[in-house]
Ligand binder design. Structure first.
Ligand code: NAD
Ligand code: WQD
Length: 345
């Protein structure tokens, strides 16, 4: 067992829970803080079934400075933070912008302010390819221009990145790794943990698996008149376990003083662009299950095509996405079937 503890904010969430598994399997003691606003306490059981370890858990809100401060006193061995806690629904952020700015910004600001006095060396921040908007070129490198955000959610990611840069520039004795995720999909191969969408899913893969299992009647493909080979949008679908592993490397790099800069930014994607139609075909091929779908009009605000140039992460982190799209689709399906067996809608 390693001695440096990692604080995982939002650790019972989708990407957080997969990362906690990888951290524990790498020997790190972990403490999760989550307010359970978009996750379920039973996730801890799933993590325990995979790793054999009951993760320390504090139910609190990261915007509550005093609660966070208390947590650092309770766990003086915290040396690294992975900050997943955030509100993430693009549509909701347009309806409730102040909720998004308050939650996402204050969470990060509180954590940063508490790091120096608690001798925490580094923070990994969950950013998103949404910062690139509709890119001028694909694949997208980290040097691509940041486009004006089209939603308050997207804007929180851009502002949070700037806050980190400003804080480090001010001389704060911390390091940070900013990870820009492309489209995280799939579930742990054990089907013990996965994505738990709240209400009607807005994202493609949960909607697809819910359709395949009969919760939804039909998947709507939003547009087939884009300037792409088959007319549907193109994304870079990255397996959540591959993504989780990158976080272990990122946090380790800061703890071991390997960072090349005080703030490093990496794209996390496969480097492969797949269209919406190709993704549906991959699911049907990998699982043998048909997905009823129809083409409908474009969804407002959608990016036509975006996929990552992951070379920087490949070369500097020594990390590479390795799980095939077929295995990813099988994992998403196994997780959906597990939810049915547990009678979770
Ligand atoms: P998620 O909603 O499953 O997980 C976030 C977790 O944070 C939830 O468990 C929620 O209860 C918790 N949380 C939210 N606000 C909190 C607060 N103030 N205090 C304590 N806990 C709080 O989301 P996810 O998909 O796992 O995303 C994790 C991070 O990655 C987020 O920052 C998100 O913006 C970012 N991200 C996600 C995607 C994606 O497609 N899933 C893509 C790019 C970036
Ligand atoms: C993917 C493609 C849809 C649902 C969003 C956020 C982004 C990031 C990831 C956090 C698009 C199409 C979808 C459906 C469909 N999150 N689609 N039918 O839009 O790439 O990104 O999640 O940072 O910020 O904007 O992901 O899964 O919603 O859509 O045809 O029912 O699938 O039009 O082309 P997106 P998505």
């Amino acid at each position: 067992m390693k001695t440096d503890r990692i604080l995982v904010t939002g650790g019972t969430g989708y990407i957080g829970s997969h990362t906690v598994v990888e951290l524990q399997q790498a020997g790190y003691p972990v403490v999760i803080i989550d307010n359970l606003s978009n996750s379920n306490i039973e996730v801890l059981d799933g993590i325990e079934r995979i790793t054999g370890i009951r993760t320390d858990f504090v139910e609190a809100d990261c915007t509550d400075f005093d609660a966070l401060s208390k947590l650092f006193q309770q766990y003086p061995d915290i040396k690294g933070i992975i900050n997943f806690a955030a509100s993430k629904a693009v549509g909701e952020s347009i309806e409730k912008p102040t909720l998004y700015y308050r939650n996402n910004l204050n969470t990060l600001i509180n954590l940063l302010d508490l790091m120096p006095q608690n001798e925490v060396k580094g923070i990994v921040f969950s950013s998103s390819c949404t910062v690139y908007g509709e890119p001028d070129m694909n694949p997208v490198t980290e040097a691509a221009p940041i486009k004006t955000a089209t939603s308050p959610y997207g804007n929180t990611k851009q502002i949070c990145e700037e806050i980190i840069h400003d804080f480090v520039r001010s001389g704060a004795p911390i390091k940070s790794v900013i990870l820009r995720y492309f489209n995280p999909v799939g579930a742990h191969p054990s089907a013990e943990i996965g994505e738990l969408p709240n209400g009607v899913p807005q994202n493609l893969v949960p909607y697809l698996t819910q359709t395949a299992i009969g919760i939804r009647k039909e998947l709507s493909v939003f547009g087939d008149d884009y300037d792409t080979p088959d007319g549907s949008c193109i994304r870079d679908f990255i397996n959540v376990v591959d993504l989780a592993k990158a976080h272990v490397i990122a946090v380790e790099r800061m703890l071991q003083d390997k960072s090349l800069d005080k703030v490093e930014t990496f794209n996390l994607g496969t480097g492969i662009g797949l269209s919406v139609k190709e993704l549906i075909a991959a699911f049907e091929r990998a699982t043998g299950v048909k997905v009823p779908h129809k083409i409908v009009g474009r969804r407002a605000g959608d990016i036509e095509k975006v996929w990552a140039e992951p070379k920087h992460a490949n070369e500097v982190l020594g990390w590479k996405a390795s799980i095939s799209i077929d295995d990813t689709m099988r994992s998403a399906w196994a997780w959906q079937c597990r939810l049915r067996d547990r009678d979770v809608k």
